[in-house]
Design a protein around this ligand. Sequence first.
Ligand code: C5P
Length: 311
Amino acid sequence: MTDLRLARREVRVRAPGKVNLSLRVGPRDDDGYHRLSTVFQAVSVFEEIAARPADDLRVSVLGPEAHRVPTGDDNLALRAARLLAAHTGVDDGVHLRITKTVPVAGGMAGGSADAAAALVACDAFWGTGLPREELAELAATLGADVPFLLMGQIAVGTGRGDVLTPALGRGDYHWAFGVRAQGLSTPAVFDAFDALYPDPQVPDLDSEVALMQALRAGDPVAVGALLHNDLQQAAVELCPELVETLAVAEDAGALGVVVSGSGPTVAALGRSRQHALALAAAMTAAGVVDSVLTASGPVTGARVLPGSDAL
Ligand code: C5P
């Protein structure tokens, strides 16, 4: 490449957010993490990262919620870049420009999506070409949800949520998400779970059999009826207004309604794309959310976008 082309090089990567169709939480282990079993679905609410040349490692954030994202050492995309550089011995810089769409601190894994996107973006930008399995191992050290956002689609997660088995599914699922401006801290929700349930059962994958069957059959009515989240009550304790949001989405005829992950985003499953829009409109009209998003799933995990100029 010419110097000019090198200086203008850009790799763009998109990573999805997620909703937990089922989340069953067991006891906290010695590492501070809860053992859990979960069924993830990646949905079409995307974080986009553009990697560009720079002398050092740096990050900037765009989008209406950008001011709520730290850009210092705590930033998950920056941590991902630093981890990949250390792992591969690269000492080049990169500027990661993040365009955020996934709600911040909303239980849809926006920060983890940034980490997954940054791993894929830097791997392409620096030409390190790691196999996906190796990227997934690095991803697991950045956060429990990060490996799933690399993989995407539908998967069962065990351990901390980071031990993944891809799951078969048919059809598209159409969601309305009710978003609150004030997020919830994931550790605080897990602490509230511990206070509510001092002696939880070790989660058992047998509990997910009916949901896996419904997914294989492509039956959104059955999937809707089986949506489940053990963290929901803990999220409601910290944000009692969620009760009303859940009720509004149910009354509007959602096939199922559940708090997404550690919340406070409420996920309502529609019968169709149109119905998901109607569910979003019902939540807005009732004044029970600060904003709404509609999306469908499953979608693929973190991927380089066509037209990117990698090494
Ligand atoms: O892995 P991640 O950094 O996303 O997790 C954030 C926090 O959520 C952890 O520090 C922990 O308090 C809690 N957590 C947990 N059990 C899990 C996943 C997350 O207690 N399986």
